[in-house]
Design a binder for this molecule. Structure first.
Ligand SMILES: O=c1ccn([C@@H]2O[C@H](COP(=O)(O)O)[C@@H](O)[C@H]2O)c(=O)[nH]1
Length: 278
């Protein structure tokens, strides 16, 4: 099977550098005139798929908003993933998993084994039990053409205290994550399958992202205050690897399908103005 990096590179070339999240916040459900229940969740998700599944490179369901409805919410997550795949977008499940290696193996089986009902193209993962503990995810992703996006410098202000802490060898925690993911992507072309999450809100990172070789997912755009122009400051010479990610900024245009499409088109134009052509 083709690697995730190759598939992502093609999706970005064909559809443009954009990831849109499915984050059915209670406030958005209300704004869309939907009940804050499983039916509302289902209608919301199906509308996003209808509007964006056939035009956006990557769609990123936020697992928390499905999990809060228990098993019936997870069933809707499963069907949303299937619908997105049928519509042709890559599915990145934002689930930020991480644990000791033997448990990570089970998370890997859940999300990166094609026989699982919640199998997706890629997942987000937390490295704070050590990047090495995520090895079962990296291995299964490599085997089945999947991807893993590891948190490095997150968009929330609280992240810096942990991520910018300095380790015994003088590197920050974030730089150790960046360096380990860079190693995994060594030699991959046109793009590695192992990405990093770097928030668009954080300003000049002071970190070296030039050797990552994989995609740099940039949340924090729109509702969290960053704009496309901020990508220049955050990513500098690594802009060509950036995958901008918007959730509420686009979703708040719904429930009208045409308005959702127009919102996604608008943020894509903003991002294209900043990012090098791919
Ligand atoms: O550093 C991070 C990592 C993940 N996220 C997630 O992205 C979306 C952002 O939603 P917006 O509505 O565009 O603010 C959300 O699912 C977060 O959990 C992030 O924001 N920052």
């Amino acid at each position: 099977m083709e690697s995730f990096g190759t598939r992502l590179h093609r999706a970005i070339t064909e559809r443009g550098p954009l990831c849109v999240g499915i984050d059915p916040h209670p406030g958005l459900l209300a704004q869309w005139g939907l009940p804050d229940d499983v039916q509302g969740l289902e209608r919301f998700s199906r509308t996003v798929v209808e509007a964006l599944g056939d035009r956006v490179a990557v769609v990123k369901p936020q697992s928390a908003f499905f999990e809060r409805f228990g098993s019936r919410g997870v069933a809707i997550l499963e069907s949303t993933i299937r619908q997105l795949r049928d519509a042709g977008s890559l599915v990145l499940l934002d689930v930020k998993r991480g644990d000791i290696g033997s448990t990570v193996s089970a998370y890997a089986a859940a999300y990166l084994d094609p026989s699982s009902p919640v199998y997706v193209d890629a997942v987000t993962a937390s490295p704070y039990l050590g990047v090495g503990s995520l090895a079962p995810m990296f291995e299964l992703a490599a085997e089945h053409g999947g991807g893993v996006f590891v948190l490095a410098l997150t968009s929330n202000p609280e992240g810096a205290a942990v991520q910018r802490a300095v380790t015994a060898d003088g590197r920050t925690v974030a730089q150790t994550v960046i360096d380990e993911i860079s190693q995994l992507n060594m030699g991959a072309s046109p793009l590695g399958s192992f990405g990093l999450v770097v928030g668009a809100t954080i300003g000049d990172t002071g970190h070296d992202l030039s050797g990552v070789g994989g995609p740099l997912l940039a949340p924090g755009l729109g509702a969290q205050g960053a704009g496309a122009a901020d990508l220049r400051t955050v990513f500098g010479s690594s802009l060509a690897s950036v995958l901008p990610s918007y959730s509420r900024e686009v979703l708040s245009a719904g429930p009208d399908v045409a308005a959702l499409r127009a919102a996604a088109d608008r943020v894509l134009v903003d991002c294209r103005a900043v990012l090098p052509a791919r």
